[in-house]
Structure formats: structure tokens, C-alpha cells
Write a protein that binds this ligand. Structure first.
Ligand code: PAF
Length: 285
């Protein structure tokens, strides 16, 4: 049975009760509009824990003015059905006012790792993410928390935050889930028209080019980056970045890489998509 709770105190109590009954808590923080990418996080949580809690909250703090907060899909009934089907124990879907009451004035801020890539284009985004995730971690208590590696930088930042702040949380990064044609699953894919969706495949096709070159022995980050950039530039309307950086620091490093993160953010009409691959580690997308 899947229980729905709306109040932070009820969420905390349910997680405390689970631990008191010797159940390990697995946490899957989401903004809803659940798809197979989220369901793979739930599956991973079920492997690692025996009480799975999914949070569904479109966090206003991580959207800048002009971003898609208002049109972000809200599909609570479908999400609940999906959670029930997969045997989720608890869904926490708070109202914004209970997460951020009028007097709320705290931010959690991580350092250098938040500045490149997404941080260059969405300067307030990660403070919003780390603040809400800190609240969710504090409410859930000791647990294993699942995050998708499509938001690679987010996963790295949250791992750093948990370690830096001695949070009793195991932060788990889970593999990207893709459509059969390679498009990475995202709640924002539903904004794409059929022709935009087709053009969006330029992203994965660019990443594949880099993978193939890497497998053929190319190790020059600029050369690998250019292979991706060419494809993305020719298929997207605007490119925020195509980066080839160290997967730990998220900035360019000296010498020949043994692993290399290729990360991309680009706009297709009014939709902004991100994707990535870690060469030398991930399978070909
Ligand atoms: O990745 C997301 O869906 C969100 O950024 C998260 C981690 C749920 C925080 O709102």
C-alpha cells in the first residue's frame, strides 16, 4: 500500500517509524511527472532499502524568473498510480507553503562545483536544489537517496553537500535512462513537438560521436568536445554549453584524461535539454 502524506511532520514520522521497525529508508526525491527514469530510481531504492519514500515537489526555489516553473507538468494522480504499481511505501507531496512558510529565509550553498556548466547559465538554481534537498534529507533522516545522473552536476553537488555537512545519507547516482532511439528521458521532453523531438536526437548523436572517437583512441578533450558541439549546434536552436571536463571537479584538467565528462545544455524552441556521458566509464548512449 502506498500512503500519501502532505505535511512535513507526517513525512518525518513515517520515516522514523520505518527505521524504528528496522527498515532501511530509500529516498527518491522528484518534482513529479514521473517517467521510466524516475521508476528506475525507485527500482534502485527497492534494491537498497526496504521502505521506499518518493517525494514529489516542484521546488520554486530552483527556478529563476522566466524559467518554466508555471508550466512544469504537475500530474499527481498519475504519479501516485505509478508509485502504487511499483510498491512505493510512501509519497510525500507537500504544498509549497508548508516547505517555505512566509518567514522562510535560509539557503544552503555549495562552493566551486556549483559554478561551472549549469551554474554559469542558472546561477541561482543549485542553491534552490541544495536547500530543498537539505530539507528533504532532514525530514527523511538516515537513508539512501537516489538521483539520476542525467543531472550529473546536481548528483555531484549533492554528494559533496552530504559529505561536507556530515549528513547521514548515502547519495546514489543512477544511470541515465534513454528512449530506444537514445533520447534521455526527461519530464521536459513532453514540451517537444514531433519535429523538435526528432531534432533533439542531435544531442545523443553528438555524444555517440565522442564515444566512438574515444573508443578509437582519441583523448584530446577539445577534439572530443568539437565532435559533439558540431552536431548539437546544427540541430538545436541555441547552445548554452558543450563541455569536456574532469568528472570529479567539473572543470578542464591538465594531461591526458582517463575519464572525461562530456556535458551539454541546449535549447530546442522553448525547451532546454541537458545530457551527458562520462567517457571511459559509461556505456555508449
Ligand atoms: O532532480 C530533480 O528532480 C530536482 O532537482 C530535485 C532533486 C527533486 C530537487 O527539487
Amino acid at each position: 500500500m502506498t500512503t500519501l502524506v502532505r505535511k512535513p511532520a507526517d513525512f518525518r514520522q513515517a520515516c522514523d517509524d520505518a527505521r524504528a521497525a528496522s527498515r532501511r529508508v530509500g529516498l527518491v526525491p522528484t518534482m513529479g511527472a514521473l517517467h521510466d527514469g524516475h521508476f528506475s530510481l525507485i527500482d534502485e531504492a527497492k534494491k537498497r532499502a526496504d521502505f521506499v519514500a518518493v517525494t514529489i515537489f516542484v521546488n520554486p526555489l530552483q527556478f529563476a524568473p522566466g524559467e518554466d516553473l508555471d508550466r512544469y507538468p504537475r500530474t499527481l494522480e498519475d504519479d501516485l498510480a505509478g508509485c502504487r504499481e511499483r510498491g512505493v511505501d510512501l509519497v510525500f507531496a507537500p504544498e509549497p507553503g508548508s516547505m517555505y512558510p512566509a518567514q522562510f529565509q535560509t539557503r544552503v550553498s555549495v562552493g566551486a562545483i556549483t559554478k561551472p556548466l549549469e551554474g554559469g547559465f542558472r546561477p541561482t538554481h543549485f542553491d534552490g536544489v541544495t536547500t530543498v534537498v537539505t530539507k528533504l534529507f532532514n525530514l527523511a533522516g538516515p537513508c539512501a537517496a537516489m538521483f539520476g545522473r542525467k543531472d550529473y552536476q546536481q548528483w555531484r553537488i549533492l554528494s559533496r553537500m552530504a559529505e561536507d555537512l556530515d549528513m547521514p545519507i548515502e547519495v546514489v547516482g543512477c544511470a541515465i535512462v534513454r528512449e530506444p532511439d537514445g533520447l534521455a528521458l526527461s519530464s521536459r521532453n513532453r514540451y517537444l513537438s514531433a519535429s523538435e523531438r526528432k531534432r533533439a536526437l542531435g544531442l545523443v548523436s553528438g555524444l555517440r560521436r565522442a564515444c566512438d572517437a574515444w573508443l578509437a583512441g582519441e583523448r584530446n578533450p577539445d577534439a572530443l568536445r568539437s565532435l559533439v558541439a558540431e552536431r548539437v549546434q546544427s540541430s538545436f536552436d541555441r547552445v548554452d554549453y558543450v563541455a569536456a571536463v574532469d568528472p570529479e571537479t567539473l572543470v578542464a584538467s591538465e594531461g591526458t584524461p582517463t575519464r572525461l565528462l562530456i556535458a551539454v545544455a541546449a535549447h530546442m524552441a522553448t525547451t532546454r535539454l541537458i545530457d551527458n556521458v562520462v567517457l571511459g566509464e559509461d556505456p555508449r548512449p
